[in-house]
Structure formats: C-alpha cells, structure tokens
Design a protein around this ligand. Sequence first.
Ligand SMILES: Nc1ncnc2c1ncn2[C@@H]1O[C@H](COP(=O)(O)OP(=O)(O)OP(=O)(O)O)[C@@H](O)[C@H]1O
Length: 879
Amino acid sequence: MVERLVCEEHRNVFFTGNAGTGKSFLLNRIIDKLRLVYGEDFAESVAVTAATGIAATHIGGTTLHSQCGCGIPRTYDDFGKMWRTATPQWRKLKVLIIDEISMISAELFERLEQAGRELRSNERPFGGVQLVLSGDFFQLPPITQRRDGNTPANAFLNRGFAFQAPAWQRCQLQQVLLRKVWRQASQRFVGILNEIRRGNGEAAAKELAAACGRPLPLQHGVKPTQLFSRNAEVDAVNTKELATLPGTAVETPGVDDVILLNKGQPDELAALPGPAVETPGMDDVFPLNKGGGGAAGAEEVLWRSDFFRDCTAPRVATFKVGAQVMLLKNLELGTAGNGSRMLVNGSRGVITGMVSKREYLEKKYGDAGGANAPPPGNPTAIMLQRWPGEWLPTVQYTNGREEVLLPCEFTSEMAAIGVCRRIQLPLKLAWALTIHKCQGLTLDLARVSLRGMFAEGQAYVALSRARSMEGLQVLDHAPGCVKTSAVVKRFYAALAAGEEYADDAWAEFMAAHHSDAGGTGGGGAHVGADGNDGGSQPGAYGGGGASGASPGNICYKCRQSGHWARDCPGSSQQGSAGNAGRRTTPQANPGRDVSLIQGRMGRPPLPLTPGAEGLGTVEACGPGAERFAVGQRVVPVPSAAWSAFDGRGTWQSFMTAPEANLEAVPDGISDQDAAQYAVNPLTAYAMLSVLEVPAGEWLAQTAAGSVLGRLVIALAAARGVRTVNLVRRAEQRSELLALGADEVVETGDADAAERLRACTGGRGSFAALDAVGGSTTQLVTSGVRPGGTVLVYGALSGPTLTLNTFDIFLRKRLEAFTLRAWLAGLGERRAQELATVWALVADGTLRPYSGRVFPLEQARKAAQESVRQGRGGKVFLAG
Ligand SMILES: Nc1ncnc2c1ncn2[C@@H]1O[C@H](COP(=O)(O)OP(=O)(O)OP(=O)(O)O)[C@@H](O)[C@H]1O
C-alpha cells in the first residue's frame, strides 16, 4: 500500500511503527521501485536521506543536512549555504526521502520546507517536492541545543518534533501505521517492548531486567555490543577492551590550532593561486576585552573554546590491531549507486594493520613526497604533514571496504573571531556505543545498561535493538529509566483515531522566543506597515528560547521539561474562564492583516480568519465568563490563547474569544478609535515603555511614516523624548515634523548614517525601533549609542537583516518586540497599563486615524485598498 501511495500516486507519505516493523526495509523497497520509475534520472530526482549518518547507511543514502546543503546548522545564517551550494539539486529534485524523522526537529523541518519553496520558486509545500518520511517518534528525539550566555542571538536550537511544525500540516501527509514487528519473533518480547515504547514501561522494563540479567555467552568469539547512555561509560569499556587485546598499543596524537579571522593561514594561503590581498587584522578592527585585546585576545578566546574539550576526536587516541572501531566523520557519502559502500560517521569496522606515515607518503607521492616535502597545495599531504602521529590504521569496515585511514580536520567557528581546529584521525573504539549511535541497528548480541537514561525513547531504542531475549543482557535497571514523551503519546493517539494532531507548541515557541528578558535576538516579526505582534517565522532569529533537560518536550512558558505549554501546570491559560461571544463591528486595518494572508507573518494552517483588531458588542457569555455584560462594547487584545496569528481573527460577523482576551471600551471613545486600540496605540505605548528612553534623549525609528511610527513620534514628543525618524520618501518629512518629529532622515541618502549620528551630537541615540529589517537595521543600529537597544518589531523588507559586526562588539543589542509577549509579561500591572493607553487615546495623545468603511462582504476590495500606496486614512470592515 505504501509503495503504491509513493510510487504510483506520488503522494506525500509518512509511515511509522514500532522498532523492527521494517520501516527501513520498506524504505529500501520503495527506493528500488523509485529507481525504476525515474530510471537514469534517479540520482538527481530522488534524495535518499536520514537524520543521522549511521541511519543513512541502512538505506544507502546521505544525511538530510548534507543533502540539503545546510550542514549541521548552528545559527540560522547557516541555512544561507543552501542557496550557495544546493540550489541546482533542489531545482531538479522530485522526491525527498527522510528516514529516522523522529530526530528531525520542528525547527529544521519548518525551515527546510520554507527553503524548498524559495529555492524552487514554487509555493507548494517543499516547493512541490514529494515527501517520503519514515520513523518512530517514540524513539530518539531531536537533540536540542541549550541556550547559555555565549549562545549567539540567531542560534539554531533544533527544538520540537517535526510533527509540531506547521509545515507538517501543510504537507498533507498520508500517515500509515505499520503493525507487524519483524525484528523480534517472540510475542512476549514484542509485548514487553511495546509497553516500554508506549510509556507504561516501568513494570515491563523490570520484567525484562529480571529475565535478562545473566551474562551472555560469546558467539564465535564475538563479544556482545555494549550500549550506554553516556560517552564516559562507552569510553571506559572501550579502554578496558583495548587493554585486553594482545599487541602493541599505538598512540595517535592530534594537533590543535586556531585560525584568526583576517589573518589567513600562511601555508594554505600560500598554496592558493592569485595575488595576496591584505585585510586589517584583529588589532586594527577592535580590541577584544578578553585577554588583553587585539589578536592576542582573540586567540585566547579561541583557545578557551569548549571545542577543544568536547571535540568527538580526542586530542590523543590509542589503538591496536584487532580493535573494534567506529568512524567519526562522513568520509564518503552515498550516492544513488554506492550507498552500501559509503563511509560515514558511525560506520563500524576492525583495525587490521598499521602503516607508517612516512611509508604511506612515499608510496603515495614517490620521491616528490615524503613526510617533509608534501607536494605543494595537496590538502591530504598538508594535513598528513601537520598531523604529528606516526602510524595510520588500516580499517576493515563492515561493508567490506578495507583502507588506510587518514587524519582530517575537526573545526568550530566562532563568529567574527576565527576558527578552532583539531587535526586527528576520525576514529574511535567501538566495543561499546552510545544509544544515540545505535538507532536503526539490529543486534544479535546486545548488552544494554539502563543507567542514566536522559532522553525520551532512549531505553526503548536500546532494548529494541536485540533480536531476542536470549541475545539480550539488561543491566542497571532503576525506576524512572523509561522515559516517554507525552506529546508523542498524543500524536500517536490522534494518528490511531485518524485525527489531525495539533498543539500549541509552535505558537508558544514563537511567542516565547520573542519575550525572553535580556535576550538579544532580533525577532524577525513579519508585520504589516502599521502593526505589530506578528509571530516570527522560525526561519528568522530565535531571540531567547527555552532550554530543558528533555529534548523535544519543553514547555516554552515555564521552561521546564516534561510537558508542553498546553499542559503547563503553572500556566495562566489553564482552565480559561469561558468565552464571551462577540459580535464584531467594525474591524480596523485590513492592511496589516494582509501580511498574515500573504504569509509574511509565518504560515498558520488553513483555513484561517484574519483580523488582529476590531470592536464588537457582547452577544452572549459562556459559562464562567463574568467580566462583561451583554451589549457591552469590547475589543480583543492578543495572547497565546487568542491572536489573529492563530487564524481566528476578527474578519467575521460573530466570533468567540476567551474572556481574558477582551477589554471593555470606556465611554466617550468612538467605535473607529476603539477598533484600533489593540494594535497601534497599545504597541506605541508598549515599545516606549520597554525602551525607557529618558526625557531629552534621542530615539531613532525606521518606518517612521507608518501609522505606528506617527503615534511613536506623538507619544515621544509628549514625554520630551527627541526622535530621529528614518523614512523612504522625502514628502513625508514635513508631515512628520508637524507631528513633533525632531529630525527626519531619508534612508536612501548617501550620508544617512552620518546624519543619524550628527543629529545626536555624535553620541548616538539612546535606543531605536526597527520595523524594516534588511540593510535598514544596519543603518539604524549604526546610529545607536554603544550598549543601546534596537527593538525589532517587524521585517517589512523580508526575513533577513544585516548588521555591522562592529556594533556587536559595541554591545548594541537587538531585541524582539511582540505585543503578545509584552502583554503576557505585565502581570498585575496589566489593568493599569491598559487603562493608561485608553486615557492616552481619549485625550488625543495617541490619536488613531479615521478612514473608509467597507462592508464585510467586500473584504477583498478593502484589503486591496488598504495596501494601495498613497491612500489617505485607515480602512475598516464592518458587518
Ligand atoms: N517484510 C519483511 N520481511 C522480512 N524481514 C523483514 C521485513 N521487514 C523487516 N524485516 C527485518 O526486520 C528487521 C528490522 O527491520 P528494520 O530495521 O527495517 O525495522 P525498522 O522499523 O526500520 O526498525 P527501527 O525503527 O528500529 O529502525 C531487519 O532485520 C529486517 O531485515
């Protein structure tokens, strides 16, 4: 059935099932069939990928990251590589296969789907590429990165399960559950594993530990593969096993160095053709504060990097002939034809001999070579010469290949400073493996330690590698060793019931990563000309973000692991007090909502009803909703529980909203003024409150000609804050000066940056607001004082912004602003702050705009009018 769906009907398919139900087996059959379908175009039409290198070996493919051209992304900028390296592949692609999808995060899935559309200039999901996904979400989750003080603002943290990404829904996958377990024949064993998988595993794990506690016999002299949760235990076993092997131990020392940005690497530079170009060194660029400044300081920063401690290849390794080993690098990735012959991170083998480096070089390069004189420019020879070891191991891999292994580079880049590098053999001992390295394996003899299980699905993956209880030894059972994700349980419950899975994790992720206090993340909020509270696309920066011990199951509200925000015990959204029915009329500002429709604020699932602001009268109140009387005028204010970004907006005659999201309109305020309250007046007030610009200081802002920009000018002037306003069109100057603007600068002027600084007497403005992004962010940031904040609340020019590295060293901070997050953080001050804004609207300080009213049936016409250049006033919908 799955083969028909994929190969004949060309549907997007996700198939899943317990460990050992033959997912990889089925995938291999599908790949064979697709070979027939695409014939000689197979290689460029079908991308065979898996989440990890070792999983890729089981289907003769490559890793998703290398196929897509983004590598292992550390920051969102890394996705930019896709355009440089993988555009032609993406354009030709017809089918994308991803195995072990449980280890692909929601963030990655969403970003790749978006990139697929962009690279292929095709608005269909993944740009129209057919998807074949396989995996079991009850197995290992994505490895989420934690955020700490050194994490860059635009770090890619790899959060959430793929099925939580909005892209998952957009792809409209045919979901198929495989039921027959092939790996294990014993029904008892299958039953026990099933209990463990589904999270009822405490008793089952205990039973298994009791039945399989005895040692295993050797099988034809082969020792069982030992599985542990942590590297330290794996290393201890491997060292012990090495010691018991006869023969001489050979030490292979690696070599570490650091490469400063702009300093080049003399040897490699010299090997390159063309003239040398001088660039300023670190000393000329900026004195680094750590370690005395300049290049020396930069070097010290690099040497102190965690990389040298954490690198998977140890500084000094020891091997012997006969040692069981595993590769640490992808050396030769699979292509359509040679998948089973590839050498990837995780490939296993045995050392069959040792060759001296000198002998190898002489054999390879003859008289021209030799350890002291590698042929100029030959990277392998340069690497060999730099590597201080004397012996190179010959490795026989389990796929039959046998070859001499050469050292290679392990690197880590520190943005704007340089690169840390280790040159070492990409090899480690492998009598024991971590459980993260064994997903997808089938083992005849396995000894599993259940000590220190830290990830969901980890115990299940380890135990389910064994074919039989007879071939399994279980050690170190302890209560709590079986961990299962509640989110995954819900996902599979929905799947079994044939329902669509939905949770609030994505909305929470977006809301939370804007609201982190002190975070320096630009928000990448995608908003219309005069609004805000756009959720950000995950493709933009993550400003703060969560961390948690349990990857993939982290609440973005309380930051604890073990549940999602929807289930957060501390959440104020829990047990909402009922809904107030609301008749909506009129709704303000369709122009802002058009951004949502256009997908510039992320892509919420369809169908969606736009409308971020509006006014209505209460028609009825749900149980427990007591704040409002029928007939009372109310306006919506956004929160995680309700916002137009969720697609449940105000462009409708009747709507229900949680009571907590409604505010009563004071008497004396017109319907049109009130209908605009929730976005522009509230936002102008909120952003100035966040920045706390003292009277007499300067505030810079982009998009100053927007309605919101004008309200900012008026409110700042009322508080004695001076504004310097960036606009695109010269004709806006006189209007803005009349509103109280102190300075107006046109972004297109060649001397705009100098003018920005000059008007603040060279000191720079205290803070800035930016709704534009792109190079305008760089411009406005350049005019901010050292240590000042740029509050980013929109990205009118697109999802990317540029910054001068200089400004980062000057400790200028980009922070995201969303109204939803600001409101959520008000706590007890909420009522008072909202009342203050009503008062500012009432006394005319924050004077909204009047405009033309369209009936709701003419929503399309209203939307067109709202984005028409040069239109005067606002556009309203009523109905
Ligand atoms: N249809 C089948 N007929 C015979 N044997 C099968 C079949 N499907 C799978 N197997 C065997 O069962 C074992 C497990 O299969 P496979 O590795 O494909 O399962 P999986 O679902 O991918 O497991 P995991 O989720 O643990 O990676 C393998 O030894 C495979 O050869």
